[in-house]
Design a protein around this ligand. Structure first.
Ligand code: TRH
Length: 377
């Protein structure tokens, strides 16, 4: 019998909660041969990243994963061998009872948010005693071997390298997005939160020496971009040129298509958690808009990641990357930062691939979870 997993996802905001849990659920099924049920309290969020999903179904099977609507009033069900509460969401009380009442209680894991801070290594895998004698274990994703690793499909890098090695694959993908010919100059993608640095960065690209085509999946930045363009009617598929910069709004993509977008671009602006990791697997330079937290707590996390990411860079490249990432996340002027980055571009491009290969040496998160379960037995 396959080991059963229940993954609980409460969609707090945006697409990160569902993005991570949906990806994890698929990997546990496809690569670890687990029986996985994903409980989601907002199926509309899933439909955005997985268009085959139906927001009106109480239960459906997608990519071998049983996806169930997490009802407001829990009616009771058998507990699984392994239970993951994603990002400290609250499990139904009667479900916790069911976990405790099993002959062998369920393994209860809280999947934590991603952070590169040092303390994560010490806290990964720690138990905390809960009601009814259950233990809940804190499972931390991360960038080092002492953490739970990162989500990465076993064949991801080989698929990515094959795609990037084929001009035809890239051309065909871009054609699907209504981008007829591979553009002259640089291709970039933009996925972020509202940001007062945005207009300043767009201004840099307008006056840049090289041409840029910037692709922007429809979403939170629409209103801001319409203001900058002074085009309230700007819609998907309409490229608009300003100096050296052409902006094109594209549809919000499925997760696999979003990967191909990242692989196709020379530079990706990403945010949150899952897109940030996928951009690292793309082997291309990136700029991260971290999820803003109260009292600027996110800046500590940002610096922690930069300490890892910049460790193998020359001093000039370190300064350029740190300067740009901090300015972007503090909403500051970008002109000088952007220029500084251009001077070290070849080093950054090579570093992005090396960084990806370095991360890929670690066990991926679905392997680490299954290993954690085996060790716990
Ligand atoms: O959407 P995010 O900002 O999500 C989150 C949430 O805000 C969450 O509460 C917070 O804690 C977390 O960030 C850190 O960013 P993220 O994590 O990158 O998730 C976006 C998902 O959407 C990711 O799985 C990639 C996917 N995506 C697509 O599938 N298609 C697209 O076109 C785009 C732009 C993204």
């Amino acid at each position: 019998m396959r080991i059963s997993w229940d993954i609980f996802c409460s969609v707090v905001d945006n697409f990160g909660d569902i993005g991570v849990t949906w990806r994890l659920a698929r990997q546990l099924v496809a690569e670890q041969d687990m029986a996985v049920c994903l409980w989601v309290d907002d199926l509309h969020a899933l439909c955005h990243i997985c268009p085959e999903a139906d927001a009106n179904l109480a239960e459906q099977s997608l990519s071998g994963v049983t996806v169930k609507a997490w009802p407001a009033h829990w009616t009771g069900t058998e507990a699984a061998d392994v239970v993951i509460e994603a990002f400290a969401c609250q499990l139904p009380a009667s479900y916790i009872d069911a976990m405790a009442e099993r002959k062998r209680p369920s393994l209860w894991l809280n999947l934590e948010y991603l952070s590169a801070e040092d303390w994560v290594e010490g806290c990964h895998g720690l138990p905390s005693l809960q009601a009814r004698g259950l233990h809940k274990f804190f499972f931390f994703p991360g960038f080092t071997a002492q953490t739970g690793g990162l989500l990465r499909e076993a064949d991801l890098l080989s698929r990515r390298l094959a795609f990037q090695g084929s001009a035809q694959a890239r051309r065909q993908f871009l054609a699907r997005l209504d981008i007829a010919t591979p553009p002259e100059g640089r291709l970039m993608s933009l996925f972020g939160y509202e940001n007062s640095a945005l207009h300043s960065w767009l201004d840099c690209l307008v006056g840049d020496t090289e041409a840029t085509l910037l692709l922007i999946p429809a979403g939170r930045l629409d209103a801001d971009l319409e203001r900058w363009l002074q085009r309230p009617d700007w819609s998907v598929g309409t490229p608009i040129q300003r100096g050296q910069l052409t902006l094109q709004k594209i549809p919000f993509l499925s997760q696999p298509d979003y990967d191909q977008l990242l692989w196709s671009c020379d530079f990706n602006l990403v945010r949150g958690e899952d897109s940030f990791i996928r951009a690292q697997w793309s082997g291309k330079p990136l700029l991260w808009h971290i999820y803003p937290q109260q009292e600027q707590a996110h800046l500590i996390k940002l610096e922690a990641f930069l300490d890892h990411y910049c460790a193998d860079l020359s001093p000039a490249a370190q300064r350029a990357v740190r300067g740009q990432w901090l300015a972007w996340n503090r909403g500051e002027a970008m002109a000088a930062r952007w220029l500084a980055l251009q001077t070290v571009w070849p080093e950054l491009a090579a570093h992005a691939e090396n960084w990806c290969q370095k991360l890929a040496k670690h066990e991926n998160m679905s392997q680490a979870l299954v290993q954690f379960y085996r060790n716990w037995l």
